[in-house]
Design a binder for this molecule. Structure first.
Ligand code: BGC
Length: 458
């Protein structure tokens, strides 16, 4: 490819390769610092540590033999997703599901319109599964994809609204109580039995299928990891000794104290500055779906401004923040045609760049590869930090992964594996990676099952 580029283009690409290619030593260094912060977070109060390490109040591994019917609700970055989950035993489940788009206006301002919307979706879903009349008997669990401070399985305060959410009046408000009141107001007969973070839910779901699951990792609009930790290690809470508890790490916040270990570039700084929550969640902004396309866009605009790309011609579309979603990036990276016709279509017909040369299109494709490859390698390094901390590598372990980027960006899983192989060599074989589609919903339903058993005991 290099031979078809001009000297200036070659030089610009080399600079980008230096910035975005992370070697194994950089990944190890990053993982070592992450381990320090994970340990620190287990000791300090949620709001005082760089990485929150939030206990989920799930202190019991499922056996895989549990049975019953439960409703699970997932609030992710873009959708409320509802599931009727049948636990069939032997780690098997069946689901019926529906999803409802969360409009942008609900993501900003007061929490009440969002709660009303969620209650409305539960009502519609119960109609859909024909249970509006007799839902009283069905417990529901909530998987909320935000950092939650909890003092039990049945309450949760969102510590910080992440991704593109900016809710302004929810400080200290228990979202379970808000939602339960709204459900009662609407005579929707269903009881919330549990709440937990989405990634924690996904871990629970995979643990039902595979008892040796240690950790779960989400790479979606946002990113996160949750893992089973010994209760005695969680110094900030009093769990019974001998138990294990799911910890929601909130690893997306990494970078606050160890900026030098996170190789952020000029482009990452720009993306951060223009984001809804500037100055925080640096790791998330290098890794997850809400930001990857934006990093690519920032690089392309810079290359245009330096007259290295598109003969220096931009378009109002390319100048527009967030105009290049990760789905375009994916399509451009997958383009194997000789003339890169998909890249041409996206750049010329969608982004309205007046004219692209073949050289330009190769550069665009390479930029997409560099940005997604860096993300995958950082995710692998993050996983390796938790694996190292647990000491489980020798005996073997299962990692569960979920999220649109991991599941639908075809080169992503291979790149994660490649990086893990570099880090572990032959011991990589001891890591079993499983994808958990619908993990949030199934995990929320399992949490509802655990919550119902607890209420029955008390
Ligand atoms: C949130 C996490 C969530 C992750 C994946 C992040 O922005 O802080 O709580 O699990 O996104 O959705």
């Amino acid at each position: 490819m290099e031979s078809i580029c001009t000297d200036a283009q070659k030089e610009a690409l080399q600079q980008l390769e230096c910035l975005f290619n992370l070697d194994s030593d950089q990944l190890r260094k990053f993982a070592d610092h992450l381990v320090e912060e994970l340990d620190d977070g287990l000791r300090k109060k949620d709001e005082d540590s760089a990485i929150a390490m939030l206990p989920s109040w799930i202190t019991r591994h499922p056996t895989g033999q549990e049975k019953g019917q439960y409703v699970g609700l997932e609030l992710s970055g873009s959708y409320v997703h509802l599931y009727l989950v049948e636990l069939l035993g032997q780690g098997r489940t069946s689901t019926r599901q529906q999803k409802y788009l969360v409009a942008d206006r609900l993501k900003k301002g007061s929490i009440h319109p969002l709660i009303e919307f969620i209650a409305g979706t539960i009502g519609k879903f119960l109609d859909f599964i024909d249970m509006k009349e007799n839902a009283g008997g069905i417990p529901i669990g909530l998987a909320i994809s935000f950092p939650l401070h909890q003092t039990s399985l049945q309450n949760a305060v969102v510590l910080k609204w992440t991704k593109d959410f900016d809710i302004t009046d929810a400080n200290d408000k228990d979202i379970v109580a808000l939602l339960q009141t709204e459900l009662q107001k609407r005579y929707i007969p269903i009881t919330i039995k549990a709440v937990l973070n989405g990634t924690a839910a996904s871990l629970l779901a995979h643990s039902y299928r595979s008892l040796d699951t240690l950790l779960s990792c989400t790479v979606s609009t946002g990113t996160n990891a949750a893992y089973w930790e010994k209760a005695s290690a969680v110094k900030k809470c009093n769990f019974e000794d001998g138990q294990e508890v799911i910890i929601n790490t909130e690893w997306g916040t990494f970078g606050r104290h160890h900026e030098h270990c996170l190789p952020r570039t000029f482009y990452d700084n720009r993306v951060d500055r223009e984001s809804t929550n500037a100055g925080v969640h640096h790791f998330e902004k290098m890794v997850s779906g809400l930001y990857l396309g934006e990093i690519v866009r920032q690089i392309l605009v810079d290359l245009v401004d330096r007259r290295i790309l598109f003969a220096g011609r931009c378009s109002s579309e390319l100048n527009q923040p967030q105009s290049l979603p990760v789905s375009y990036m994916n399509a451009m990276e997958q383009d194997e045609s000789e003339d890169l016709t998909n890249v041409e279509h996206i750049m010329e017909s969608i982004m309205n760049i007046p004219k692209t040369s073949r050289h330009d299109r190769h550069i665009v494709k390479r930029v997409c590869q560099l940005v997604s490859q860096r993300a995958a390698r950082l995710v692998a390094a993050g996983m390796s930090a938790i694996i190292k901390k647990s000491g489980a590598l020798e005996t073997g372990l299962t990692v569960s992964v979920e999220g649109t980027i991991y599941e639908h960006y075809p080169s992503f899983p291979n790149r994660v594996n490649e990086a893990l192989r570099e880090l572990y060599d032959k011991k990589f074989e001891n890591i079993n990676i499983g994808v958990t589609p619908d993990g949030n919903g199934v995990g929320a339903a399992l949490a509802a099952m655990i919550g119902s058993c607890e209420s029955a005991r008390n």
